[in-house]
Write a protein that binds this ligand. Sequence first.
Ligand code: TXA
Ligand code: MG
Length: 306
Amino acid sequence: MTEFLTSLNLERAVALLKKGEIVAFPTETVYGLGASIFNEEAVRKVFLAKGRPGDNPLIAHIADRGDLAKIAIDLPSEAHLLMEAFFPGPLTLLLPSHSDVPLLVRAGLPTLAVRMPQHPLARELIRLTGTPLVGPSANLSGKPSPTSAQHVWRDLHGKIAAVLDGGICQVGIESTVLLLEKEPLILRPGFITKEQIESVLKRPVHLVSKQIKGESPLSPGMKYRHYAPNASLKLYFSQQELENDHSQFPSTKRLLLLHCTAHNLYHLLREADEQQYDEIFILCTPSMQNDPALMDRLTKAACLTK
Ligand code: TXA
Ligand code: MG
């Protein structure tokens, strides 16, 4: 049985995590599926509950900068600048991992993804548990990420010990994942933009959210289909084309969206599944096309029509 907890039962969530159970928790981006990072058995349960491939590494969530020394070493000076600017917040940094972090967490990689969430309940949970928590998005692998405790419940009840309800996620889309190399690379665009990072680093940052054919992906997550609803999703870049297709192909059950935002995308996709739509047509307006994080999720979830 999965327990449904609120901030009033925070101690219960902490006790479960300390016992090696897995607990979903709110962050400002999306809900995460938490387990103590040093407890391999608990981390294994996270992969199992989500149905996540073992070669897709997890993000370590910390409460304070003091937690860093337990999980990362030899931090580049630019990492300090970025943490100063964006921690706590929706930025994930790939850092050289401490050898104490189980290989299972980072899928055998030398780097560890680290982020400090802004949601007060997440930070309090990590602080009271006394150890950083792994936190992949708390959805079944391949499904849209959860932006409410109810979304988590629908995907994972019966598979996890508890879900901690912290309301609707303010941002609604996952963190920006950044690799600090000779050239800083954004491996997953998110709420923190390329321009914001460039203004701190004072040098160009590149966006590589697509896997280059034939090369091994910089971020293992790139090679998997993501964020997909059950309905087939089609993207349109002009209202005329959308209307043509809509009138030409008689619909079984079709949802037409003439606009969406990074904040409400996952909610809309999940609602469409709840209502058992067969198809979703989304018009990508110019303002949507100016949001790289939103377009990244949409194109990964969709079959494109251009
Ligand atoms: O906003 C977020 O980041 C949410 C909340 C819960 O914090 N978490 C999240 O985790 O989105 P997840 O596991 O769903 O996505 C983590 C992404 C994956 O694409 C994974 O491949 C990549 O980060 N990643 C993790 N560790 C990595 C590493 N060492 N090197 C390259 N990519 C890594
Ligand atoms: Mg995810």
